[in-house]
Write a protein that binds this ligand. Structure first.
Ligand SMILES: CC(C)(COP(=O)(O)OP(=O)(O)OC[C@H]1O[C@@H](n2cnc3c(N)ncnc32)[C@H](O)[C@@H]1O)[C@@H](O)C(=O)NCCC(=O)NCCS
Ligand SMILES: Nc1ncnc2c1ncn2[C@@H]1O[C@H](COP(=O)(O)OP(=O)(O)OP(=O)(O)O)[C@@H](O)[C@H]1O
Length: 198
C-alpha cells in the first residue's frame, strides 16, 4: 500500500535552533516551510497586513521607506501581551492560509516540514502527524539569543517569556532534538530521525 506523506512540525523556543534544524533538513532535500518567512511576506509594503498594523499601532510602526519597523513593533509586542494578541490576530490567519496552500502542494509528492515557532501556542499540533521540538537548556538559550541579536539579558528574557515554556513544549513533543550541545550532536539526531522517516 502507498505510504501517506507526513506533515511534520518543527518548533521550539526563540533561538533554540529551529532554523539550524530546518536548514539541515532542507539540505537533505525535504521542503521546509518557515512561518517567520511567511510572516515577513504578509507585512510587505502595500499588503493588507501592514495596513492593519498601521491602523492598530500608528505610523511609528513604519520605517521611512514604508517597510515595517520590526524593531519598534517588536519592542512593543514583546513587552505587552494585549498588543501581541492584536498583532497575532492580524498576521496569523494570513500566514496560516498561505502556508497551508504550499503544504498541500508539496504533500502530493513528499513529506513536508513546517517550522512554526508558535505551533503549540496556536494549537496547531492537531494539523501535524508529528511534532519535533528543538530543545535547549535555558541558560544556553539566553546566551545564544543575546549573542545572535546583540541584545541585553533583560530583552532576551522578555522574548523567551512571551512564548510557552520550552519545558512544556518538550513534554508535548513527539520527537525531541536536544540542541544544548554542539551542532554535530544536533545533526546526528536529525540524521537518525530522517533515516527512520525514509
Ligand atoms: C514582532 C516582530 C515584528 C519582530 O521582528 P524580528 O525581526 O525582531 O523577529 P523575527 O520575525 O525574526 O522573529 C524572531 C522570533 O521571535 C519569536 N516571535 C515572533 N513573533 C512572536 C509573537 N507574536 N509571539 C511570540 N514570539 C514571537 C519567534 O520565535 C520568532 O522565530 C515579528 O516577529 C512579527 O511580525 N511577529 C508577528 C508574526 C508572528 O507571530 N511570527 C512568528 C511566527 S508565526
Ligand atoms: N549547537 C549550537 N551550538 C552553538 N550555536 C548554535 C547551535 N545551534 C544554533 N546555534 C546558534 O544559535 C542561534 C539560534 O539558532 P537558530 O537561529 O537556528 O534558532 P531559531 O530557533 O531558528 O531562532 P528564532 O526563534 O529566533 O527564529 C544562531 O545564532 C545559531 O547559529
Amino acid at each position: 500500500m502507498k505510504k501517506k506523506h507526513k506533515v511534520i512540525g518543527i518548533t521550539g523556543g526563540i533561538a533554540s535552533g529551529k532554523s539550524t534544524v530546518s536548514d539541515y533538513i532542507k539540505s537533505k532535500g525535504y521542503p521546509v516551510l518557515d512561518a517567520d518567512i511567511y510572516a515577513r511576506k504578509v507585512v510587505e509594503p502595500g499588503s493588507q497586513g501592514l495596513k492593519e498594523i498601521v491602523e492598530a499601532f500608528g505610523e511609528a510602526a513604519l520605517n521611512e521607506d514604508g517597510t515595517m519597523n520590526r524593531q519598534q513593533v517588536g519592542s512593543i509586542i514583546f513587552n505587552d501581551p494585549k498588543k501581541r494578541a492584536i498583532l497575532n490576530g492580524i498576521t496569523h490567519p494570513i500566514i496560516r492560509q498561505k502556508m497551508n496552500e504550499d503544504r498541500d502542494f508539496y504533500l502530493q509528492t513528499t513529506h513536508v516540514f513546517q517550522d512554526i515557532p508558535l505551533l503549540f501556542e496556536n494549537g496547531l499540533e492537531r494539523q501535524m502527524d508529528e511534532v519535533i521540538v528543538v530543545y535547549v537548556d535555558r541558560a544556553v538559550q539566553i546566551k545564544r539569543l543575546m549573542t545572535r541579536n546583540n541584545m541585553s539579558e533583560a530583552d532576551a528574557i522578555s522574548r523567551i517569556e512571551s512564548q510557552m515554556s520550552l519545558d512544556e513544549k518538550k513534554d508535548r513533543a513527539s520527537v525531541v532534538f536536544d540542541n544544548t550541545g554542539t551542532i554535530e550532536t544536533l545533526y546526528k539526531q536529525i540524521d537518525d530521525y530522517l533515516q527512520e522517516l525514509s
